[in-house]
Design a protein around this ligand. Structure first.
Ligand code: SF4
Ligand code: SF4
Length: 298
C-alpha cells in the first residue's frame, strides 16, 4: 500500500448549490476510508449538513463549542461627547444615533475598527463576539468529521472555515487525507476552503446555471493553481449540456472523473441519513473509480 506522508487536502466545490456535492463528498469519504486514513471537514458553515448525511446529529458530537472569529464595537456612553464621528465614518452603516448618542444596529457591525480610530475620547472598544459553534464527531464509518455552524445573522464565515480546517489538522495528525466540503457560491468561505488544497473536485449538473457556476468556481481553483477533476451529476437530465461540460473539460485539460445518472436513490439515501454508496451498493464501484483517479493525482 502506497504511503502518503503529508496530509493531502481534497476540496469538493460546485459553485451552484443543490447539485449533490455533500452526497458525493460523503460517499467518496466512505470509499477512500477503506484505503487511507481520512478526516472530513464540513466547511459549508452557513448551512452545514455533511454530518447529517452520515447520520450524525448535534447530540452525537464529541465536542461542540461556541467560538469567536469576529469583533464588534461597544460604546462607553459616559465618555461620549456626541461628536457623531463614529456615525459618519462607519462604512457599514452599523451605527444609529439615539438622543445624539451612538447605538449599534443589530447584525450590522463588521468589526472593522474605524469608529474606534476616529473617536476623539476613546469611548469605543472592540470586543470578541461568539459567532459560531465548532466541533467534531466520530462517524460509524471509522473516521472523524469536523464541522461548524455560523450563528443566525452572524458574519465571519471565511474565518470560521479556516478555524474548522485548523482544528481538523491539529486533532487528526495521523490522517493522510482531509476531504473538505465547501459551501456553494464563489465567496469568502469558498476561497477559504480551496486555499491550500492539493486537489479540487468540481461537482456540477448539466444545466445552464450549473455549468456557469462551475466555471466561476474553477476560476478560484485556477487562481491557486490546484489540479482538479469534474463529476457531472444527473448527466442524463440534459445530454446537450453534459456534452458542453465535456467539451469544456477537454479544452481546459480537465478530467471528467465520472458521470452519474439521475437517481432517486440519492434523495432516499438522504432521507435515511446514509450516504448513497451505503444505501445502494451499486454505487461502490463508481465511487471507487472516482477515488482511484483522485489518488493518482495526489
Ligand atoms: S467596528 Fe466598523 S462596522 Fe462596527 S460600528 Fe465600528 S466602524 Fe462600524
Ligand atoms: S466618536 Fe466617540 S465621542 Fe463621537 S459620537 Fe462616537 S462614541 Fe461618541
Amino acid at each position: 500500500m502506497q504511503v502518503i506522508n503529508k496530509m493531502k487536502t481534497i476540496t469538493i466545490l460546485s459553485g451552484k448549490g443543490g447539485v449533490g456535492k455533500s452526497s458525493i463528498t460523503a460517499s467518496l469519504a466512505i470509499t477512500l476510508a477503506k484505503r487511507r486514513r481520512i478526516i472530513c471537514a464540513d466547511c459549508d458553515v452557513d448551512a452545514s449538513n455533511l454530518a447529517l448525511v452520515f447520520g450524525i446529529k448535534e447530540k452525537d458530537f464529541e465536542e461542540y463549542l461556541p467560538i469567536s472569529t469576529i469583533q464588534k464595537a461597544v460604546f462607553d456612553l459616559s465618555k461620549c461627547n456626541s461628536c457623531r464621528k463614529c456615525f459618519e465614518e462607519c462604512y457599514f452603516d452599523a451605527i444609529e444615533l439615539v438622543n445624539d448618542k451612538p447605538k449599534l444596529k443589530e447584525f450590522s457591525c463588521e468589526g472593522c475598527g474605524v469608529c474606534q480610530l476616529v473617536c476623539p475620547v476613546d469611548a469605543i472598544k472592540l470586543v470578541d463576539e461568539k459567532n459560531a459553534k465548532i466541533g467534531y464527531a466520530k462517524t460509524k464509518y471509522g473516521f472523524r468529521i469536523f464541522s461548524a455552524q455560523l450563528d443566525v445573522g452572524a458574519s465571519g464565515s471565511g474565518k470560521i472555515v479556516s478555524a474548522v480546517k485548523k482544528k481538523a489538522e491539529a486533532l487528526a495528525q495521523d490522517a493522510e487525507i482531509m476531504l473538505v466540503d465547501s459551501s456553494a457560491g464563489v465567496g469568502c468561505p469558498v476561497i477559504a476552503s480551496v486555499s491550500g488544497s492539493d486537489y479540487a473536485l468540481l461537482v456540477t449538473e448539466p444545466t445552464p446555471s450549473g455549468f456557469s457556476d462551475m466555471k466561476r468556481a474553477i476560476k478560484i481553483v485556477n487562481h491557486f493553481n490546484i489540479p482538479y477533476g469534474i463529476v457531472v451529476n444527473k448527466h442524463d437530465i440534459n445530454e446537450e449540456y453534459t456534452k458542453r461540460i465535456e467539451e469544456f473539460a477537454e479544452k481546459n485539460n480537465a478530467q471528467i472523473l465520472s458521470k452519474i445518472p439521475y437517481d432517486k436513490a440519492f434523495v432516499k439515501a438522504l432521507v435515511n441519513l446514509v450516504p448513497v454508496v451505503v444505501f445502494d451498493k451499486k454505487y461502490e464501484k463508481l465511487f471507487e473509480e472516482i477515488g482511484s483517479k483522485i489518488l493518482l493525482r495526489l
